[in-house]
Design a protein around this ligand. Structure first.
Ligand code: SF4
Length: 456
């Protein structure tokens, strides 16, 4: 089943979980508000970040080539991947070259997007996610439901059960501190025995050829500092022109993501230490097509902070897995259909168009406008659904003529009075979640004409 409405319905069966999910994420949104309002020039920062990203997208080829040149000069090996398959094959070839069988990975949504874990596990490689939230969902054989808080859908009691089954934790343990300690001991062992470390890239600096990885747990550093090979995977939009721009993005990122002033670890990787290899894989996977689209290019400005998830009333009440794509929420509902319109045609409709996402986005992406635009693309491409298509065509015809509209209104009123069950029945999906209002005795137009006449 891969349809947002059906998957959300499944999530909604547990009302208590929905309430708790909703409140927890709203709490993060409130923290974001408090820390961002504490900075007087917050709006200026957003505007600056948006403009820097606009510049990047306008000269992406130049900045990427500059980054590649500088990185190579620093001793980093740079690869280019046109799609997910090529990315996975490049990673595989590096592992084969080093005869590495165990990989520790810090959180990277790009590798989720490329299905790397599954790809490597099928080939008998052991890939260990080291971000605590990611490790929990990995042990639960699930995928992350949020880009910053990957296991936000899980309660501590459930995590205790997962650790009991997989890490020999005592039965019934639900103390977060003790659970974290158990995960830490287990991860420590993996860090010490892995031959390769993988990380994502938050920002790649064109002028210096370095890249920056932000984590709260220091797991990217642990992996990269201990392993002989470090593979960093980045979407091609992650490049920024200058090191000084980092000051803008790092201030925005943590505040928008979790309401922290700064992420605990913002680690800069510039050159391999003696005896180490650093590889950077720059991935396209549909991004250049998106870059060529006037309507949707702006979504490539995204810095993956997750603020649009936390504020979204639909995401908070439907859970991340209902989006059936690596990146859920409002931004995922734009990125995924850009890659595969048919497969993800349901996502832009999982939106109330309230615009809250655009209000909090640190790089000022016009998310709601893009979601609305994407709906139009879906209908134009013929994926709107047969019944909806006919209904909308008929509605357009009726609403474009007052005479036709009046006639139809009378017919519908008459029909509804005689056969209300045609609408009020459980097979009608629209009625399943709504109450049908009583019909007004007279329409506004009739009331207006009568009262206007009375006035005269
Ligand atoms: S679209 Fe904006 S708010 Fe959403 S994750 Fe990206 S940067 Fe953050």
């Amino acid at each position: 089943m891969s349809n947002h409405a059906a998957l959300a319905q499944r999530f909604n069966q547990d009302e208590k979980r929905v309430d708790w999910h909703d409140k927890t994420l709203w709490l993060v949104r409130e923290k974001r508000d408090a820390t961002s309002h504490a900075i007087p020039d917050w709006e200026k920062l957003r505007e600056t970040a948006s403009r820097i990203k606009f510049n990047v997208l306008s000269h992406l080829d130049t900045y990427l080539v500059q980054f590649e040149e500088k990185a190579r000069q620093n001793g980093i090996i740079v690869h280019w991947a046109k799609d997910a398959q090529e990315h996975n094959n490049i990673v595989l070839s590096i592992l084969e070259k080093h005869q590495a069988k165990k990989i520790v990975k810090s959180k990277s949504m790009l590798t989720e997007e490329c299905g790397l874990n599954h790809f490597l596990e099928e080939k008998n490689y052991q890939i260990i996610d080291t971000d605590l939230g990611e490790r929990i969902v990995q042990l639960a054989k699930e995928t992350p439901s949020h880009i910053v808080l990957p296991c936000i859908h899980k309660k501590k009691e459930e995590i205790g059960e997962i650790f009991h089954e997989n890490l020999s934790a005592p039965k019934g343990l639900a103390d977060p501190q003790q659970l974290t300690e158990i995960a830490k001991q287990d991860l420590r062992n993996h860090f010490l025995t892995a031959n390769v470390a993988m990380t994502g890239v938050n920002f790649a600096v064109a002028e210096t050829g370095e890249f920056v990885v932000c984590t709260n747990e220091g797991n990217a550093d642990m992996g990269a500092h201990l392993a002989k090979v470090h593979i960093a995977c980045m979407g091609l939009e992650k490049v920024i022109p200058e090191r000084r721009s980092l000051g803008v993005f790092l201030r925005l990122l943590a505040r928008s993501a979790t309401g922290q002033s700064i992420t605990s670890y913002s680690s800069h990787f510039k050159k391999p230490r003696k005896g180490q290899e650093i590889h950077v894989v720059i991935v396209d996977n549909g991004r250049s097509t998106q870059l060529g689209s006037d309507k949707f290019r702006n979504s490539l400005k995204c810095i993956r902070c997750g603020a649009c998830f936390n504020t979204c009333p639909v995401y908070r009440r439907s859970g991340g897995h209902s989006y059936h794509t690596a990146i859920a929420g409002p931004i995922g509902s734009i990125l995924a259909p850009n890659r595969d319109l048919e497969k993800y045609k349901d996502l832009p409709f999982a939106c109330s168009l309230c615009g809250s996402c655009a209000n909090v986005c640190p790089v000022k992406i016009d998310l709601d406008t893009q979601l609305y635009g994407m709906r139009q693309e879906i209908v134009k491409a013929g994926y709107g659904g047969f019944i909806k298509d006919i209904a909308m065509r008929q509605a357009a015809k009726m609403l474009s003529s007052t005479k036709r509209y009046e006639k139809l209104k009378k017919k519908l009123k008459f029909g509804y009075k005689r056969t209300p069950f045609l609408i009020k029945n459980k097979l009608n999906p629209w009625y399943q979640h709504r109450e049908m209002p009583e019909l007004a005795k007279e329409s506004f137009k009739e009331w207006y004409l009568k009262n206007k006449r009375n006035e005269q």
